[in-house]
Design a protein around this ligand. Structure first.
Ligand code: LMR
Length: 322
């Protein structure tokens, strides 16, 4: 469902720009192959001027050949009442295979965005199985959380969401994620100067964002699809267009060398800026207070535990799940 929304945006030129031809290679499974054929037919029938090729397959070693962007969306989605940790082992294996295939046949500078949950740890599994691709090129999607945070801050402040900037989501795409209202701005002012109800920020706002994915699953009976697709498009656009002066975007990326003291060898959401060349750098001038540090530590602890639980998939020993 996410791909159904996303593919038409990619084909239209909305994501990579109006001058960039696109070749779409769709990876499915035996079970989904007919549906994949249907999507490919619809893409062809849409006569997108920039769409030069649509190919489909079920073997990642064929489909990933020379790809420059890999959007790893497919995984077993979380159902009602399930926590992301339940998906660790179920989905981890998919990302071992896809990491190995990317390593073998993709462009060596491929940019990888992992969406299937638990996406941070799946991205870590993927990058560990793709040693020829720079670890820096792997992202797990937290842009949806950033968009959710921007929307809720705008609603509370009574402004349009384009007035909200500098929103960081720290950590795991899970209920421990930290939507950072200390560094975020509304109309260029610190959020705390605009929204005086700090209790709302610390308690309601934070929980609203942390639990929004789960709430949506309860309402729909399935996980978010259209808004996820929108946020994948946003995540790519943020990497292929220069970040506006003074602003940044969130992406969960490899922590080695990070300036915030976050444990190394994790995929952790942090503030990034890009020159628009597909690459990014971490933002340096970030303020921390006790509240933010404590929350970040909690998300770090969760990701360290997830990492121990998939050690057999990352080549880091025997899995120990708490
Ligand atoms: C979301 O945030 O909506 C999705 O990642 C679904 C989920 O499992 O939370």
């Amino acid at each position: 469902m996410i791909s159904n929304h996303l593919l038409f945006k990619l084909a239209s030129g909305e994501v990579f720009g109006p001058d960039q031809p696109v070749a779409l290679k769709l990876l499915g499974s035996e079970r989904s192959f007919q549906a994949l054929e249907g999507v490919a037919m619809e893409l062809e029938d849409s006569l997108f001027p920039l769409l030069r090729e649509v190919s489909i397959g079920i073997d990642p070693y064929e489909v990933f050949q020379d790809v420059e962007w890999a959007l790893l969306i497919g995984a077993k989605p979380r159902g009602p009442g399930m926590e992301r940790a339940d998906l660790l082992d179920l989905n981890g294996q998919i990302f071992v295979e896809q990491g190995k295939a990317l390593n073998a046949v993709a462009s060596h500078n491929v940019k990888v965005i992992v969406v299937g949950n638990p996406c941070n740890t799946n991205a870590l599994i993927c990058l560990k199985n793709a040693p020829n691709i720079p670890a820096k090129n792997f992202h797990a999607l937290t842009r949806l959380d950033e968009n959710r945070a921007k929307c809720q801050l705008a609603l509370k402040a009574g402004v349009f969401y384009d007035k909200v900037s500098n929103v960081t989501i720290w950590g795991n795409h899970s209920t421990t994620q930290v939507p950072d209202f200390l560094n975020a701005r509304i109309n260029s002012l610190p959020v705390k100067e605009v929204i005086k109800d700090h209790k709302w920020l610390e308690e309601e706002f934070t929980e609203l964002i942390q639990k929004r994915g789960g709430l949506l699953i309860k309402k729909w009976g399935r996980s978010s699809a259209a808004s996820t697709a929108m946020s994948i498009a946003d995540a790519i656009k943020s990497l292929v267009t220069p970040t506006p002066e003074g602003d940044w975007f969130s992406s969960a990326v490899y922590t080695n060398g990070n300036p915030y003291g976050i444990a190394e060898d994790l995929v952790f959401s942090m503030p990034c800026r890009s020159k628009g060349d597909g690459d990014y750098e971490l933002v340096k001038d970030i303020q921390f207070d006790d509240y933010l540090r404590k929350r970040i530590k909690k998300s770090e602890a969760e990701l360290l535990a997830e990492k121990r639980c998939v050690a057999h998939l990352t080549g880091q020993g025997i899995a120990v799940c708490d």
